[in-house]
Design a binder for this molecule. Sequence first.
Ligand SMILES: [Zn+2]
Length: 67
Amino acid sequence: MDIKCLKCGSSKYYVKTAIFPQKDSGLKIHLGAYYLKVCIECGFTEIYEAAIVDKEKEEKPEPVPEY
Ligand SMILES: [Zn+2]
């Protein structure tokens, strides 16, 4: 994910997970997960599709810190 806010350039943000219903072809509705990146400086919100973000993570796994 891009770290800096597109509007004000702040790197302070928090991430929320949101579930939105999506219409497939026809009448089927399935739920899609999204990540909302909310800038705490100006409130600008970017939306990422969780399935794609998670797929990118799988390709580049980050080392998990051990406690
Ligand atoms: Zn901002």
